[in-house]
Design a protein around this ligand. Structure first.
Ligand code: TXA
Ligand code: MG
Length: 320
């Protein structure tokens, strides 16, 4: 029974330092007891993830992180009050209670309260936080359904807790509080505008979560099998190709002349949230087509458009 909604069984496994894939509103996570080094080590092994890339720890309430001795900066608390449970992660100074394998020796830890009823219930019944990266092999697209997890990691983990399709569909927005001013380290499921609005200031954006990763890792991220090209106007760019041999990811309109089964329109109503929630499944599906190239439309750089463009850009970078 690798997939199901048996919370007591998931608890039993996690208490025995086993791995369980868990649903969140962003993407599925590959979870283990964050306070147990061996449990965390098996996350890295299962994902084939380099150990210098630290993990986010998850719990069900901000107070629990404080009970574990972490001190949460005022601005982070303010954001947590507005957006937790939700798709935003804070990087704050770590303490000795967090094993170095979780922080990758950075002295900082990433914390998040995810917004999914099953996982919130699970977390409330555990005496430890869950370390959980996205539940995909390192370098691949994050899973937004239990089935995605099963396809890539099914034979390597004991249980997949099925919470349906992830509503947000892209990973959490990461904000670092290690310096005087908060900085955005990853575009994600919470719009930057919403964060700036609460803090009442513009934030610096340093996509430095990529810098932690060794050179070359970024180029592998989200790598599809087919070449993927981001274009301003698909209808124009497509003139250069055989329309029957192109896969398309577009925002709200389908492209005349391209076979309908080769097209993935992310939101017919032009809704960036809906587009984000459909993005990863579309990226998986388009890559299964027998085509020569994938053309993806550049999204507007507002709200979740930043995260969509970021993930498409990673997918467009080909390995050497
Ligand atoms: O939505 C999400 O954030 C999902 C769900 C499962 O919560 N998790 C997720 O984890 O996307 P992962 O490991 O795939 O991405 C976490 C990112 C990585 O880029 C990592 O480098 C960064 O967070 N990160 C984690 N701890 C950090 C730290 N102490 N300092 C800087 N970056 C950190
Ligand atoms: Mg990931």
């Amino acid at each position: 029974m690798p997939i199901g909604n048996n919370i007591p069984f998931a608890i039993e496994l996690l208490n025995s330092n086993k791995l369980v894939a868990i649903p969140t509103e962003t993407v599925y996570g590959l979870a283990a007891n964050a306070f147990n080094e061996n449990a965390v080590l098996s996350i890295y092994k299962t994902k084939n993830r380099p150990q210098f890339n630290p993990l986010i720890i998850h719990s069900n309430r901000i107070e629990r992180f404080e009970d574990w001795g972490l001190s949460i900066p005022t601005d982070a608390k303010l954001l947590a009050n507005h957006f937790w449970p939700g798709p935003i992660t804070f990087i704050i100074p770590a303490t000795n209670i967090i094993p170095e394998i979780v922080t990758a020796g950075t002295g900082a830890v990433a914390i998040r309260v995810p917004n999914h009823p099953i996982t919130l219930e699970l977390l409330s019944k555990l005496n430890f936080p869950l370390a959980a990266p996205s539940a995909n092999p390192s370098g691949y697209i994050s899973p937004t359904s239990a089935k995605h997890v099963e396809q890539q990691l099914g034979n390597k983990i004991d249980y997949i807790l099925d919470g349906g399709i992830c509503k947000v569909g892209v990973e959490s927005t990461i904000v670092s509080f290690l310096e005087d001013e908060p900085k955005i380290l990853r575009f994600g499921g919470l719009a930057i505008e919403a964060i700036e609005n609460i803090l009442n200031k513009k934030l610096t954006i340093i996509l430095s979560n990529d810098k932690i990763v060794a050179p070359g890792m970024l180029t592998k991220h989200y790598a599809p099998i087919h070449p993927l090209k981001i274009v301003e106007n698909i209808s124009e760019s497509i003139q250069l190709f055989d329309k029957n041999r192109v896969g398309v990811i577009s925002f709200y309109e389908s492209i005349v002349g391209v076979p309908i089964e080769n097209q993935f329109v992310l939101s017919k109503t032009k809704d960036l949230n809906e587009a984000a929630s459909n993005l990863f499944a579309a990226m998986r599906n388009v890559d299964e087509l027998d085509v020569d190239i994938i053309l993806a439309e550049k999204f507007p750089n507002i709200e979740l458009g930043y995260a969509i463009n970021d993930r498409l850009k990673r997918a467009s970078i080909q390995e050497d």
